[in-house]
Write a protein that binds this ligand. Structure first.
Ligand SMILES: [Ca+2]
Ligand SMILES: [Ca+2]
Length: 416
């Protein structure tokens, strides 16, 4: 195959406009700058409207270019429809149509920034958007088979509990809400990760490691949802450098099903990868599944980290935020009860009254919490060290108890 047009090699090919072209069967339909070498960059301020880029390897490559804008049709590329390569800055692809581009619809590579894709129409499952730099803007919800009607932006409600993977109440290494069908086996291990490079939000992420050969074991979350409702999923994964093609992320009606979202075999290493997809539910049950791609070929250990999972009604994703006491001002929650023996209390605010004269064994850690909260005793309760409290105190009625949580020791330290 031959190249189509290459603006960069013309040098200084700026302020040009292409209207209603038809470019097919090329290695690239149009190339704006190569991004390397003198005279090969500076293909700035191009405008391409109403073009049809059909069966090229790559529809358009934007490398050394700024301020260029594309609104066209990209069909059946064997590679990517529109590729933003290193050197692309402040360019846009908008109101464009993508159908059956095998390598994805739009990809932003490392070294690109401030580019935007918006209001595009993605027709098929392979017409994905991937931002490998993280410095670009992806504003089109990914919706295979364009919906006839959608519900628009939601209220930001996250249907996934513990979506920041901060809480593991039973300390088995699996974040609250998730489970391993049929139980774990030797060679598969789970833990809440605290290494900063492997944590995207808050202080922890979910770590999932396996070492083949072993029996297939996957990590699963089941949710109840409204049937017939558009939902949009957002989540982040990161895999270890040796773990290419060893995991996939799936969302469907039950475990392993890919009806709603399928990441493909994850291959991007060394960075967090954003997953985003909108889908119309057809049932009231839904499962999110982290899948081991190959459990028979010996190797590993292979590791994946999960963080910032959000499922919200509607089709337009809202911003991620950490729902925890760190983001709240000092505030008074409803009274908690310490009536009984070995009680668990679950604070949601920085100050609570605690009624009763029993014994507190566990203070549930609010999602992502580090620091101090205060309990006001309405009764003479005490604490035991058999749970997550480091020291025993006997509360004096009406005298506030300071509670300091240290995530390193995973213990509360109390001053009565
Ligand atoms: Ca987190
Ligand atoms: Ca657990």
């Amino acid at each position: 195959m031959k190249p189509g047009l290459s603006a960069g090699t013309w040098g200084g090919g700026q302020y040009n406009e292409i209207i209603s072209c038809d470019i097919a069967g090329s290695t690239y339909g149009l190339r704006l700058g190569t991004g390397t070498g003198p005279g090969q960059t500076g293909a700035n301020a191009w405008h391409i409207y109403g073009g049809r880029f059909y069966r090229n390897t790559t529809g358009i490559v934007i490398a050394g270019s700024s301020g260029s804008h594309i609104s066209s049709t990209f069909e059946k590329s064997s590679g990517v429809g529109v590729l933003f390569a290193a050197g692309a800055e402040s360019c846009s692809v908008t109101a464009s149509y993508f159908e059956g581009n095998a390598g994805g619809a739009v990809r932003f590579d490392a070294g690109t920034r401030f580019n935007v894709e918006s209001s595009n129409s993605y027709s098929n499952a392979e017409d994905t958007v991937l931002d490998n730099d993280g410095s670009n803007f992806s504003l089109t919800p990914f919706v295979p088979s364009v919906p006839a009607m959608y519900t628009g932006i939601g209220a930001g409600l996250n249907l996934i509990p513990n979506g920041s993977f901060e809480v593991d109440s039973n300390s088995d290494g699996i974040a609250d809400g998730w489970y391993v069908p049929s139980g774990t086996v030797p060679g598969a291990s789970f833990g809440l990760e605290t290494s900063p490079a492997n944590v995207k939000f808050g202080t922890k992420s979910q770590r999932f490691v396996y070492t083949p050969p072993l029996s297939q074991r996957n990590l699963q979350l089941d949710l109840s949802v409204a049937s017939g409702q558009w939902h949009v999923f957002t989540g982040w994964t990161r895999i270890d450098p040796n773990s290419t093609s060893r995991f996939s992320l799936r969302i469907g009606i039950n475990g392993g099903d890919t009806s709603y979202y399928y990441s493909g075999s994850l291959v991007t290493t060394g960075m967090w990868q954003l997953h985003r997809g909108a889908f119309l539910t057809t049932t009231t049950a839904l499962s999110i599944y982290v899948y081991e791609q190959d459990v028979t070929t010996p190797g590993g250990p292979f590791a994946i980290y999960l963080d910032g999972f959000k499922l919200e009604p509607g089709i337009v994703p809202t911003f991620w935020y950490e729902r925890n006491l760190i983001t709240s001002a000092t505030s008074l929650g409803s009274a908690l009860s310490a009536a009984g023996t070995d009680v668990t209390i679950a604070p949601t605010h920085s100050i609570h009254h605690v009624i009763g004269s029993g014994r507190i064994k566990t203070i549930k850690v609010p999602e992502g919490f580090v620091g101090e909260l205060t309990l006001i005793p309405d009764g003479g309760w005490e604490t035991t060290t058999s749970g997550n409290i480091a020291n025993t105190v006997t509360a004096t009625n009406k005298r506030p108890v300071r509670c300091i949580y240290d995530p390193v020791t995973a213990k509360w330290y109390l001053a009565a």
